[in-house]
Design a protein around this ligand. Structure first.
Ligand code: HEM
Length: 412
């Protein structure tokens, strides 16, 4: 690249960062992985409440303590009008993330029943065997895309095992979940949502006709507020299992593998040291979070950081920026395997709506790192493709990741 060309490219990038720092938009098509963290840094260095006129006005928050304060105060900062922005027309609010107390507690209980640490522990032999098989097949194959062959397969099958979802549906589920992210806000997203709903209804009907020994059957007889769940509620909850449990973890695993492939020293420590392995999971979550934003709606006049908010105002929670708040994390832009408080990241949210699947996601990451110790160190075998911007205004991570286990002699 010529000096002239490279200085033009630099200027273009700086212009985009400058533009987004003045008027942030989480859905901006130029908000790529290359500049995301520079934009967050600039926002963190600016006013604590970043008022942007996008989508009728959004007050974006980046400071760790402010995000925690908002997440704690669920009466004033409600989830029940949607946690994504702008809301997709005609899309039902998602259970349990887009509900408030008291129904939220009733619904959440039904997720925790199957995602709690003891339940995930019971599924560990399955998770380990699944991970071993996926990695073995990947290493024996062309080693062309870890995302497609391992990172997406692991979470979708893990959730399938926990709730009893037939695996033949998982390919179709994956297609719909990807379309939902890709076309968020457009009619195609509704089509994908309907596709997920159809899969859900087939599974519900199958259990109603012929109960099985699985969690989906339990849900068909579960009660909230003293009554059985309706078909709409059951469909909604199954969509949450499919959507929340799959793409999030898949992108997290992809980002972790990409980081380790590019940092052989970190990879080596994770191989040798159990504590480093545990910390690696938390530091990857802090440093490379797959879910970067969520939103809340103000229910009554309130004040935050001397800024007045009125009923109906939208507040944007920039988790990925708060994970880099220097007031909470020392030297926040460095990846540090020895960071003592990495686990305090906000990548799973905080408080009442803290991710119900966080234990499962962490175990999937731990088990994968343990299984990888049986293989030679890995590197990148070719160019990586990242999601072009925050997909659905929310998600970041690699889409194509050629992880290579080939040694210099070409042996696996
Ligand atoms: C690395 C992977 C994951 C990340 C980064 C992640 C992130 C998040 C975040 C940030 C929230 C908070 C939403 C809010 O405050 O509005 C959330 C909620 C939730 N997540 Fe996850 N998630 C992951 C994996 C999973 C998995 C595997 C499941 C299992 C099905 C799951 C199920 C849920 C559910 C049910 C909620 C709603 C909790 C509530 O509102 O009470 N997530 N997740």
């Amino acid at each position: 690249m010529s000096a002239e060309h490279s200085s033009t490219a630099r200027t273009d990038t700086e212009q985009v960062i400058d533009r987004l720092t003045k008027r942030f938009d989480h859905q901006d098509a130029e908000l790529s992985s290359e500049i995301l963290n520079d934009v967050y840094r600039a926002l963190l260095d600016g006013p604590a409440v970043h008022q942007s006129d996008v989508y009728g006005g959004v007050a974006y928050l980046t400071h760790y303590d402010d995000l925690v304060a908002v997440e704690k105060n669920t009466q004033v900062f409600s989830s029940a009008q949607g946690v994504r922005c702008p809301r997709q027309a005609n899309q039902p609010l998602s259970i349990p993330a887009e509900t408030d107390k008291p129904m939220h507690s009733e619904y959440r209980r039904l997720f925790l029943n199957v995602l709690s640490p003891p339940q995930v522990r019971k599924a560990e032999p399955f998770l380990r065997e699944l991970t071993e098989n996926l990695v073995r097949n990947y290493v024996a194959g062309p080693q062309d895309d870890f995302c497609q062959n391992v990172a997406t397969q692991l979470p979708i099958r893990a959730v399938g095992e926990l709730i009893g979802l037939d695996l033949h549906s998982s390919g179709e589920m994956q297609k719909h979940v990807e379309a939902l992210l890709l076309h968020y806000g457009k009619p195609e997203a509704l089509k994908a949502l309907n596709g997920l709903t159809k899969i859900a209804q087939v599974e519900i009907d199958a259990r109603r006709g012929n109960p099985r020994d699985d969690y989906l059957t339990v849900l068909t007889t579960a009660k909230v507020d003293g009554r059985l769940l309706t078909d709409e509620e059951l469909q909604n909850m199954m969509r949450t299992f499919m959507f929340a449990g799959f793409e999030t973890t898949a992108h997290m695993i992809g980002s972790m593998m990409l980081y380790l492939a590019e940092h052989p020293d970190v990879q080596q420590r994770v191989r040798e040291d159990d504590q480093a392995l545990l910390n690696c999971v938390e530091e990857c979550l802090r440093f490379l979070p797959p879910v970067q934003t969520m939103f809340r709606t103000v229910t009554t006049s309130t004040c935050l950081r001397d800024v007045q908010f009125e009923k109906g105002d939208t507040v944007g929670l920039l988790y990925a920026a708060a994970n880099r708040d220097a007031a909470k994390f020392e030297n926040p832009d460095a990846f540090d395997l020895d960071r003592p408080n990495a686990r305090l990241h906000l990548s799973f949210g905080f408080g009442q709506h803290l991710c119900a699947g966080s234990h499962l996601a962490r175990r999937e990451m731990h088990i994968l790192l343990e299984v990888l110790r049986d293989y030679p160190p890995f590197t990148l075998g070719g160019p990586v493709t990242m999601l072009p911007h925050l997909m659905g205004g929310q998600m970041m991570g690699p889409e194509h990741l050629p992880i290579s286990f080939k040694t210099s002699e070409g042996q696996n």
